[in-house]
Write a protein that binds this ligand. Structure first.
Ligand SMILES: C[S@@+](CC[C@H](N)C(=O)[O-])C[C@H]1O[C@@H](n2cnc3c(N)ncnc32)[C@H](O)[C@@H]1O
Length: 210
């Protein structure tokens, strides 16, 4: 990526304050997230953009929603006719709504419990920033490497992945890109919508399996 822009993030994001997603998403915060019509609308809009980036040619496909939370992305995908599997590490999120039709799986997406070559696409909205957020943290690095290799393995050949996420800074973004491209045979690139506007900026990592 050659664009030079400043991240200019003034507010600390929860993943900088809490060690684990489950320390943050609990009780009132989890409830607020799961019931917020505003968040649902925003996440749906990001999902529509992710689908545009994926550019799927068929409708009869199985999509993994990685880090689904209460399931906003998977619900939308299901509504428009896609089959889904919705994975999240917080089972309280998965149980918040009755999302049986979305095939919820309570598990760490760094160690996804699936057989090779089963998904036609993977979409992950606003979750990857919880996995790798400190450049020199070896355990976080090992986890994202495992996630990258696992996502490569569970995806069918010729299929695609889109992550939308909120990296803390440019170094983390670059490192994540390198990990996916160096540790797996994925090809891909970042797509950054509204790069100059910290408020509106949306960062997507698009990956394709040979
Ligand atoms: C900001 S929420 C986004 C939820 C949902 N994708 C959405 O767009 O509304 C981040 C989600 O990532 C999940 N998450 C974080 N680390 C995870 C991990 N290692 N495995 C699975 N899910 C994880 C959290 O539990 C949380 O539900």
């Amino acid at each position: 990526m050659s664009d030079n822009y400043s991240f200019n993030i003034k507010r600390r994001r929860p993943e900088e304050i809490y060690n684990n997603a489950s320390d943050y998403f609990r009780g009132e915060i989890l409830e607020q997230y799961a019931t917020s019509k505003n968040i649902m609308k925003i996440q749906e809009k990001i999902t529509i953009r992710a689908l545009e980036i994926l550019n799927l040619s068929e409708k009869d496909v199985l999509i993994l929603d990685a880090g689904t939370g209460p399931g906003f992305t998977a619900m939308y995908l299901n509504e428009i006719g896609y089959k889904t599997v919705a994975i999240d590490i917080i089972s309280e999120f998965l149980n918040y709504y009755d999302i049986k039709t979305l095939n919820p799986v309570a598990s760490d997406m760094c160690f996804p419990p699936f057989k090779p070559h089963i998904f036609d696409a993977i979409i992950s909205i606003s979750s990857l920033q919880w996995i790798y957020r400190e450049l020199n943290n070896k355990s976080m690095k090992d986890q994202i490497i495992n996630l990258a290799k696992s996502f490569y393995m569970i995806l069918k050949p010729k299929k695609k992945v889109v992550f939308q996420f909120y990296p803390k800074n440019r170094d983390i973004l670059d490192r994540i890109g390198k990990i996916f491209l160096n540790e797996t045979a994925f090809t891909g690139h970042f797509i950054i919508d509204n790069p100059k506007s910290p408020k509106k900026r949306k960062i997507f990592l698009f990956l394709e399996k040979d």
